[in-house]
Write a protein of this length. Sequence first.
Length: 276
Amino acid sequence: MLEAGSRSADQPPAREVAATSDEDLARLVQRQFGRQAHSYAVSPSHAEGKDLQRLAELLPHDPHLRLLDIATGTGHTAFAMAPHVREVVGLDLTQEMLVEAERLARLRGVGNVRFVRGDALDLPFAAQSFDLVSCRRAPHHFADIPRFLQQVTRVLVPGGLFGLVDQTTPESQSGADLMEAFEKLRDPSHVHALKLSEWQQAFEDAGLHVRHLELDMEERDVLDYLDVAGVDSGRREEIWNLLRQAPPAAVAMNGFHECDGRLRFERRRVVALTAA
């Protein structure tokens, strides 16, 4: 079942090493996403995924509101929300991502979005600056989730809303361990994906009140998923070995299966709306 396939990315064979400090992680994130910025700009899953549509549905549509999109990447969430609010500020740590976002904004003629460089764990904004905050598909790269959520609550006005989408793992530890190992081989800047129950606890600890919580499932082609991250041939082989040797129950929990000769899996994500 779990065969490597013939497709591989044209990436140098040098291996990334695990980050040992916040500064190392920041450099690793910028290197990883800087070299793949265009891939994320054109990725159908990132640009058109149903989790994006769902997040845009959950957040209020009000022309008086100001929204901060944290870890905006190439701006897909910012662009989705721009028609529905007064202003969107997209923040990202990686300059190459912001260059792509600004290019897309010009191409689409979006005038109420601006992009700034900054760290999700140290937001460069005054307290109570935004009515809404969003963050999509990024917190698993953050070294300190409590600190991130504290920053979210700090910049939100009282009663402001925070919309989150991020990958999550099965509640079963064996299923979670397999997906964490898979993700860290795919992307060395991956830190940790929280389980749904862990997100609930994190929101509670941060004083954020959950208004809506759901699990989104997206079937992904494994090779395409590796290509977006620019996974080199050495790490691909490690991934195939990981999947071959994993407990069958853990493989099944994450939805790995063959379809028309291609290996696929289920990408699970938490979609949440919380209030400060």
